[in-house]
Design a protein around this ligand. Sequence first.
Ligand SMILES: C[S@@+](CC[C@H](N)C(=O)[O-])C[C@H]1O[C@@H](n2cnc3c(N)ncnc32)[C@H](O)[C@@H]1O
Length: 301
Amino acid sequence: MGDNTRSVVASVARIYRFALLAASLPVVLAEYFRPETGAEYGVGLVDKVVLAARMARNNVKIQTGSTFLEHLVIATKVLTIPHEDDGSLVECGCYKGGSTANLSLVAGLCNRPLEVFDSFEGMPEPNENDREHVLVKSEQIHTYDEDAWGAPIEEVQENIARYGDVSVCTFHEGYFDRTMPEFEQPCVLLFLDVGLRESAETCLEHLWPLLRSGGYCFTHDVKHMEISTLFFDGDWWRETLDTEPPGLVGAGSGLGLHPEHNGFGSLLGYIVKNPESSVFEMVAEDGEGENCVEVVRKGND
Ligand SMILES: C[S@@+](CC[C@H](N)C(=O)[O-])C[C@H]1O[C@@H](n2cnc3c(N)ncnc32)[C@H](O)[C@@H]1O
């Protein structure tokens, strides 16, 4: 194939992927645009359209490791947290502040503080297990070096002041194992985007006990098997936090947000702390009915 043909094929593929993404938005953002989402905070349709547009714009303006669609999925959950549940949003790993700027916008709308943890000088020296991560869904191996993803705090704060709401942010500068033990505030949502299993362990060890029941823990590393498996590691959870492992929605492949070469996926997954399973639907796998299952009890019955 000549260079010209290759570039035409690449352009057509890009346009096709973009069209697929646009067509899937009503599904992916259905919960975000539901009238109840944000109603408790007085956030209506116009606010949501403006927020989505600002987030999309920020994703272009700031070099960012996550996407505005992933930020909107997190924003959706922030807008559904009951108003009376006090607590901060926490971001671990902000790089240049692209995800932080977007989270700060929704934090501002909901009048919640955003606590930002980062070394602001990049990754610590990875240990033997973190030097290489396997991403089976993407058929990739990711490698890390000390100082990768470094961005100085001044640059991050400038980006957030320009594109987000810096007034809701508190910055905790330094490696997590030094800054997190001092932090004691209740939290309603955690966003971990830390790259290393060891860093994820430090975040969960210190922040999981501060997360309210019903609160959300998002991770942006779900395709990394080394990190996804942490959420299922019974020995680690029992020894470190005296609790059973919570599991992870999207483990291995991520929430289906972006068209990829082998189906929809993303790097984003989440878990709810102590979900209220009494309101879940009960479904009998009896091999009968539509899709061979029967709904025995509807949610909220
Ligand atoms: C992948 S980047 C975050 C990307 C960012 N959330 C975005 O969407 O652009 C990972 C960040 O985690 C930080 N980090 C990882 N491990 C850390 C640790 N143990 N202590 C402090 N910062 C850490 C790095 O400095 C880096 O900024």
